[in-house]
Ligand binder design. Structure first.
Ligand code: SF4
Length: 344
């Protein structure tokens, strides 16, 4: 089977090219064609000899996705359902969001997810597999081509737990980072995790400067375990220790995601517990009006409650903001589109 050329970072690609009997600088030319010119066939690499183009074609593949569905929100958010065109015809979702500072893409890292968070549309659907690095990057390349935009920020918040696909996610970031290719700095890349503690330590030791987001959603172990089974494996105390280590190593602020669910985690006592937990930490709380999923048990907290919750945190010295709801008219929360499609 042919190897996908987009699974190689530049150093690895140089080795591959050398093994074909070519000069390593050719790898930089190929890298540019792949990520700057966003070409879809080796024949388009016109500054390479015909012989090298033939060798590339014989030894490597170039993936492309099929846009299965595409929805555009009134706020400009575009949600894509991609067929990754593998043997199983698996589907993944990616979302393009427009902010004043540029375009952000929310990418998927796995086909399905094993974490089983109760409020998530990916729960209840069989886990497929990890995405390869090339498939993570391809989401960005397909959207840049289709929407004719240059993406400047990436968030790993789509389907899947990125730290459960650690090596492929890290390798995709190395490729995306490279100044000779997509050139998106690590500071513009955010990884969101449900809290796989050992991987948070590993990420801290990478010295990569990515932003880390933790899906916290409650500062009470019982409530959090009800929402997120991962909490039974890595309870809040262990998670916070790992976060403190991450901050110490990277000197970067952690963003704690807190989806407010009505009559569940949205009262003043919950806010007080959250203050106790995060007081003194280099942290930011991102309050998310929960997206109700079909059959899901959680419903959105009232706007009044969300504002009260935020104000309480801010008054206590915890920086908290309410995430702007983008694409709510097109079910932009991760996993919803894929879930609908699979049910059909
Ligand atoms: S919220 Fe994220 S980690 Fe939890 S089940 Fe959904 S995709 Fe997985």
């Amino acid at each position: 089977m042919k190897k996908n050329i987009k699974n190689y970072n530049l150093d690895e690609l140089k080795e591959e090219i050398k093994s074909l009997g070519e000069k390593p600088y050719r790898a930089e030319q190929i890298f540019k064609w792949l990520y700057v010119d966003n070409i879809s066939s080796f024949s388009e690499m016109t500054n390479l000899s015909l012989d090298l183009r033939k060798k590339l074609d014989e030894n490597y593949s170039l993936n492309s996705f099929k846009i299965e569905k595409k929805f555009k929100s009134i706020d400009g958010t575009i949600k894509y359902l991609f067929n990754v065109q593998d043997e199983e015809q698996n589907m993944i979702e990616s979302v393009l969001m427009s902010y004043h500072h540029g375009y952000t893409i929310c990418v998927s890292s796995q086909i399905g997810c094993k974490m089983g968070c109760k409020f998530c549309a990916s729960t209840g659907i069989k886990f497929g597999r990890n995405l390869e690095s090339s498939e993570i990057i391809q989401q960005l390349l397909e959207i840049e081509k289709d929407a004719k935009v240059k993406i400047s920020n990436i968030v790993f918040m789509g389907i899947g737990e990125p730290l459960d696909n650690y090596e492929n996610v890290m390798n995709s970031i190395r490729i995306i980072n490279n100044p000779k290719g997509l050139n998106i700095g690590a500071r513009h890349i955010s990884i969101s995790t449900s809290g796989i503690v050992p991987k948070i330590y590993q990420l801290a030791n990478e010295n990569m400067q990515c932003t880390l987001s933790i899906s916290l959603h409650s500062s009470n172990n019982k409530k959090r375990s009800e929402m997120m089974p991962i909490n039974d494996v890595y309870p809040i105390e262990e998670l916070i220790k790992a976060c403190e280590y991450y901050i110490k190593k990277t000197n970067k602020r952690i963003s704690f995601e807190y989806a407010l669910a009505k009559d569940n985690n949205d009262n003043l006592n919950d806010a007080k517990d959250l203050v106790k937990l995060l007081k003194g930490m280099l942290a930011h709380v991102n309050l998310i009006p929960i997206n109700k999923i079909k059959d899901g048990k959680y419903t959105k907290s009232s706007n009044e409650n969300i504002i009260k919750f935020r104000d309480y945190l801010n008054d206590c010295g915890i920086v908290a903001t309410i995430r702007r709801e983008l694409g709510s008219d097109i079910n932009a929360a991760c996993g919803q589109l894929r879930r609908q499609n699979m049910r059909k």
